[in-house]
Design a protein around this ligand. Structure first.
Ligand SMILES: Nc1ncnc2c1ncn2[C@@H]1O[C@H](COP(=O)(O)OP(=O)(O)OP(=O)(O)O)[C@@H](O)[C@H]1O
Length: 345
């Protein structure tokens, strides 16, 4: 399939038509992610943004096949340019050697809560050494040298001594840095960051974002960055994909999407963010009316129908096709094609 967004370089990651369902013996399947297409270029950052429950984490976890046991990738492909050549991660067995050689080495992940990847009973140095020793042919002494240098690179003061600290002995910000060092231990091509700064105070959040940007420049890795914070997207991303109830409703270059959002959901998200303005120019913030429906009540058509101020006849039943709306900018909304049809008629 020809991508709607022209790619500047061969994608490192190309998710095509991916749908993920949660199954339960007593209930109908729940579609958490619906026919998602995403591409990520080497060295660039793609932000996945949207309200809680829209499928950001499930999409990201699918890339590492870290989904819960009741989740199933029902359709689609996850193409990754692995060291050994192109691979479709969706076809790999979660415990296969091929996937284990990718996970933690070529693609790694950081989380909001560092203790979800750090063990409380081992020192941070031992944990990072272990990952290096698992994936690379180096001696324990060489692994420790690399660990100390990584801890230093992520801004942990007194790295050699701190390598002997247990996670509970570090502050929240330092723990976050240690988790980042661990994720970078084998210089991955892709770092997946799932709300890594959400739990931090604003100063630490800014430091961690700066650090990630710096490390990205040093290591040349791509990032898939999950957040619900548009300010963070503006800070860190090259491209953005806006998700709503399992659908990607709009995606493209960050500047382009922020300058001229085309989907009513993206427009509403932008209007709900405070901006610095003179007192006389200040507008009231408009929160998005209503709540995200449960994925169990998703309409067949556009997922945003029940909250959209412009919804009209086709919206609840017919799913809008992706429409190219600008340079490297695509949105799924009937208004876009409707306006065009009217213009042509
Ligand atoms: N183990 C599970 N069983 C059933 N449904 C699940 C499970 N995990 C996630 N879901 C559902 O999948 C949907 C997407 O969840 P996901 O965690 O990806 O959302 P999110 O956008 O990352 O939200 P948040 O910002 O709150 O983390 C949600 O409706 C959620 O209820």
């Amino acid at each position: 399939m020809t991508p709607l967004i022209p790619m500047a370089a061969k994608p490192l990651l190309a998710i095509n038509d991916m749908s993920i369902v949660f199954t339960s013996p007593d209930e109908p399947d729940v579609k958490a992610v619906r026919q998602v297409d995403l591409t990520l270029t080497p060295g660039k950052t793609l932000a996945l943004v949207g309200e809680s429950g829209c499928g950001k984490s499930v999409t990201a976890r699918a890339v590492l096949r870290l989904l819960d046991s009741n989740a199933e990738i029902r359709t689609g492909e996850i193409h990754f340019e692995a060291d050994s050549g192109p691979v479709d991660i969706a076809r790999l067995k979660p415990d296969s050697l091929a996937l284990r050689s990718i996970r933690g080495a070529q693609i790694s992940m950081i989380f909001q809560e560092p203790m979800s990847s750090l063990s409380p009973v081992h020192t941070i140095g031992d944990q990072i050494d272990e990952i290096i020793l698992l994936h690379e042919r180096v001696s324990p002494k060489q692994a420790r040298e690399r660990t100390v240098s990584l801890l230093d690179q992520v801004g942990i003061p007194g790295a050699r001594d701190r390598a002997n600290a247990y996670p509970f002995e570090l502050s929240g910000g330092l723990r976050q840095r240690a988790m980042i060092a661990m994720a970078l231990a084998c210089t991955p091509k892709l770092l997946i960051a799932d709300e890594p700064t959400t739990a931090l105070d604003v100063t630490t959040q800014a430091q961690i974002l700066d650090l990630l940007r710096q490390l990205q420049a040093d290591f040349g890795m791509a990032m898939l960055f999950i957040t619900h914070d548009l300010g963070v997207v503006a800070e860190i991303a090259d491209e953005v994909a806006v998700m709503y109830l399992g659908d990607v409703v709009e995606q493209g270059d960050v500047y382009e999407v922020f300058r001229a959002p085309k989907h009513p959901y993206t427009q509403a998200l932008m209007n709900s963010v405070p901006r610095l303005q003179r007192k006389s120019e200040r507008q009231r913030l408009s929160p998005i009316k209503g709540t995200v429906p449960s994925p169990k009540d998703r309409p067949e058509g556009c997922a945003f129908t029940s909250r959209c101020p412009y919804a009209f006849a086709p919206c609840p039943t017919i799913r809008p096709e992706p429409t190219v709306v600008g340079d490297g900018h695509v949105a799924r909304c009937h208004l876009l094609t409707h306006a065009r049809e009217e213009a042509v008629a």
